[in-house]
Design a protein around this ligand. Structure first.
Ligand SMILES: Cc1cc2nc3c(=O)[nH]c(=O)nc-3n(C[C@H](O)[C@H](O)[C@H](O)COP(=O)(O)OP(=O)(O)OC[C@H]3O[C@@H](n4cnc5c(N)ncnc54)[C@H](O)[C@@H]3O)c2cc1C
Length: 479
């Protein structure tokens, strides 16, 4: 069996790791990746040491369900990067990239020992079409490549230029790698960061660590900041589990939002926590002053209540499965809470929260919601809000692309697959294979949840794709 893997980021690493553990009839694997930073994808390439992973080690394992895999690799490197409030190591993202590279190289070595022919082609895939029982892929240099299975591991989108500022001097359209862009920002300049999510936090923290002395403003429509991670506790969810969701599905033939809420309610009842006040606290995300909220959350890092922890964990583990079972009107209801859900499901790490708090307290950082318009004119940026107008020297785009966005680099390839009829666009975004020999791992997978995936989610998808590919190979070998 010949497998083509398009893209060499975390999703490809998870797929190779699973294939190395499960595939026993050798064939060939070709990985296509134009970037010189193999296995690191968009987030985990070389960058400033201040750009940290944003989750504790147990949920950063690229080996599905092996919660200790990454922590074991980290070993004695961990304590150097301890976030004392969280009680967990949080390493620079570039160091996490070394873990991904190590895992990929180990998987490739195992596959080779088992008789697989494995190669990496440094090229961008621009087309794919079915040709009889095989796939024919095309790379940018015009070369053709054959395969039996194609796995798209092309990642997510890049920030959108909502205000049409592209090309304006002083505008940074994509902040990563931060090492490259921060050198372009004068230390005393008046900087606006568009967005208030995790990318905006990365920008603010890196500016501060680089000695930025000028004012920084987070421009955002909502002004909502990510929640703050809490110290991990021993508790394992007993009710919000894939098994309980499957049982509900089997029993009622469908899963409703009320059923999922019922599971969470039961989970909280186990520890005597009040569900209503937990929900009220969550819903206040959209209305409460973000600075007050940040301060309260920093104070609650050690709070032993499990509510938020359960939601944060299960949003990425059980969430993708439950999402597919929900009727469309219920998904629509949830999508309306996108900002709040993202804020809870993708929290910031306490060390970054503390820096944000310090900057907010000193007045160097402010949050400006209600942005209507941003224009570049006369060498500055004019920002119009609901009730005022301000000017800035530089604007950094930290708007995250919507989940299931088509990455720019995969645009031609996706167009070719649609033209071939081997995939369809999902009405809510992303790509759905129309051929069992096509697999999508990562954010591009259509029909997936409305929040951006995490390493844990990508690892689960990769393990499932490996299982499907191996099963198809086994049935092919028997026929
Ligand atoms: C900035 C950032 C930080 C994140 N931090 C965390 C975190 O700390 N913890 C966490 O759990 N999750 C995090 N995530 C979410 C998730 O871990 C990452 O998105 C993860 O990198 C996804 O891996 P991927 O392989 O799907 O995509 P990517 O890592 O983006 O890799 C996709 C690869 O495909 C290649 N590619 C694209 N098109 C083509 C083509 N046509 N031909 C060949 N190659 C192609 C690209 O060059 C790229 O290398 C973060 C996401 C971002 C964007």
């Amino acid at each position: 069996m010949d497998i083509a893997i398009v893209g060499a980021g975390a999703a490809a690493v998870g797929l190779l790791d699973s294939l190395a553990a499960t595939a026993d009839s050798p064939g060939a694997i070709t990985v296509f990746e134009p970037s010189p930073h193999l296995w690191r994808g968009r987030p985990y390439g070389p960058d400033l040491d201040t750009v940290l992973v944003n989750a504790p080690p147990a949920i950063m394992s690229i080996r599905h369900l092996d919660f200790a895999h990454y922590a074991a690799w980290l070993g004695t490197r961990g304590p150097v990067h301890l976030d004392e409030r969280l009680g967990q190591p949080l390493v620079p993202r570039a160091l996490y990239g070394e873990y991904l590279a190590h895992t990929a190289e180990t998987a490739l070595a195992t596959l080779r020992e088992d008789g697989w022919r494995v190669r990496v082609v440094t090229a961008h895939v621009t087309g794919a079409a079915r040709s009889g029982a095989r796939w024919s892929l095309r790379t940018e240099d015009g070369r053709g490549h054959e395969a039996d299975h194609v796995a798209l591991c092309v990642g997510g989108g890049t920030p959108q230029d909502h205000y049409g500022l592209g090309g304006a001097s002083g505008f940074v359209d994509d902040p990563y790698p931060l090492a490259r862009i921060l050198d372009q920002v004068a230390a005393d300049s008046n900087v606006a960061v568009i967005g208030s999510g995790l990318t905006a936090v990365d920008v603010v923290v890196s500016l501060a660590t680089r000695g930025h002395t000028g004012p920084t403003t987070l421009l955002s429509r909502s002004g909502v900041l990510p929640h703050v991670w809490q110290r991990p506790v021993e508790h394992r969810p007993q009710h919000v589990t894939a098994e309980r969701v499957a049982a509900l599905h089997q029993h009622h033939g469908a899963v409703a939002l009320q059923d999922l809420i019922g599971l969470l309610r039961a989970e909280l009842a186990e520890t005597g926590e009040d569900f209503e006040s937990f929900m009220a606290e969550l819903l206040a995300t959209m209305t409460e002053d973000p600075v007050r909220r940040l301060r309260a959350q920093l104070d609650a890092v050690d709070d032993s209540r499990i509510g938020r922890r359960v939601l944060q964990e299960t949003a990425h583990s059980v969430g993708p499965y439950a999402w597919r079972l929900l009727p469309e009107p219920e998904r629509l209801r949830l999508r309306r809470h996108f900002r709040m859900a993202t804020s809870v499901a993708s929290p910031m790490v306490p060390v970054n929260a503390a820096t944000m708090m310090r900057l907010l307290d000193s007045g160097q950082l402010t949050i400006a919601p209600g942005v209507r318009k941003i224009e570049a004119a006369d060498g500055v940026f004019r920002v119009r809000r609901d009730d005022d107008e301000r000017t800035f020297d530089a604007v950094i785009n930290a708007v995250n692309p919507p989940p299931q966005a088509i990455p720019r680099r995969a645009g031609q390839l996706v167009t070719a697959l649609l033209a071939d009829g081997s995939a369809e666009l999902h009405p809510a975004g992303g790509l759905v294979p129309a051929d069992p020999r096509l697999h999508v791992v990562g954010d591009l997978a259509g029909g997936g949840p409305f929040i951006t995936s995490s390493i844990a989610g990508v690892a689960a998808q990769a393990a499932r794709a490996a299982q499907t590919i191996v099963a198809a190979g086994d049935s092919g070998a028997m026929s």
